[in-house]
Design a protein around this ligand. Structure first.
Ligand code: IPE
Ligand code: IPE
Ligand code: MG
Length: 257
């Protein structure tokens, strides 16, 4: 069994002026982490829940305004039903366990995706926890559940088409802001940084529209072993990036960026 790779960077606190406002994470590698240890995949999901807890606490402490976690994709419904069921059970457990901490820390819980597809008990608990934490001012924690980026864009297009058919919207007036306002992420800041764990170099249908100008950080670390030092290493990596948004480096530096 190979030990978890240590982050190269010393885990000092990142420059508070160079933090992402909105961090999104594709939490991948739970199954492989467990299998490499001769355990059931579900054990990887259980340990992954602990990594979620660590990431939420650290982001809150550092002062990020939004953290969005890819917890269950639209495509994940195609997994064996026992694994899907175990994931929903874990989600219920997470919501019950973390409710008080979210309230104490001023964290607002939010969810994006086709939430109607979730089992009733999970959906009820999710909506109740979102209602309970709605006043949280310090950070928005968004769980992407039954989420697909293409599906999200399709439902936005459908909503706009309905409005146009009803004569409430002039199709010629549709711009980027109109479309963004109909995505599940409406109201959240731009995604500044996207992290994917487990060595996979793909987006897997996550936040397709929203990552147009995000910075990417890929790590080989499996999600269950992703802890605060790995997060800090990703934030240090982000702080070193020059975001140009199509401009030249000179222009951006001239703006003090
Ligand atoms: C991520 O870990 C969790 C979910 C997708 C729900 P995986 O379960 O995909 O783990 P691997 O990629 O098979 O190792
Ligand atoms: C993406 O991981 C979905 C989540 C992390 C929830 P997957 O493990 O489902 O992605 P692929 O299938 O390897 O692309
Ligand atoms: Mg995976």
């Amino acid at each position: 069994m190979k030990p978890p790779p240590a982050p190269k960077q010393a885990p000092s606190e990142p420059d508070p002026t160079a933090l992402p406002r909105h961090l999104a994470i594709i939490m991948d590698g739970n199954g492989r982490w467990a299998k490499e240890r001769g355990w059931r995949r579900v054990r990887g999901h259980e340990e992954g829940a602990e990594s979620v807890r660590v990431a939420v606490r650290a982001c809150r402490r550092l002062g990020l305004s939004a953290l969005t976690l890819y917890a269950f994709s639209e495509e994940n419904w195609g997994r064996p039903s026992a694994e899907v069921k175990a994931l929903m059970t874990l989600l219920n457990r997470f919501l019950k366990k973390e409710r008080q901490e979210m309230l104490d820390q001023g964290i607002r819980l939010n969810a994006i995706g086709e939430l109607d597809k979730l089992p009733n008990s999970t959906r009820d608990l999710l909506f109740q926890t979102m209602a309970d934490t709605a006043q949280g001012q310090h950070m928005t924690l968004t769980l992407a559940l039954s989420y697909g980026g293409r599906q999200e864009i399709v439902q936005a297009a459908r909503a706009l088409a309905h409005q146009a058919m009803a004569g409430e919207l002039d199709p010629g007036e549709i711009d980027e802001d109109t479309l963004a306002a109909h995505l599940y992420t409406a109201g959240l800041p731009e995604v500044d940084l996207l992290i994917r764990t487990s060595g996979e170099l793909r987006v897997s249908n996550f936040l397709l529209w929203q990552i147009a100008y995000s910075e990417f950080h890929f790590t080989d670390v499996y999600w269950p072993e992703f802890r605060e030092p790995h997060l800090l290493a990703a934030l240090h990596d982000y702080a070193r990036r020059q975001r140009r948004f199509g401009k030249t480096g000179e222009q951006v530096r001239g703006q003090g960026g």
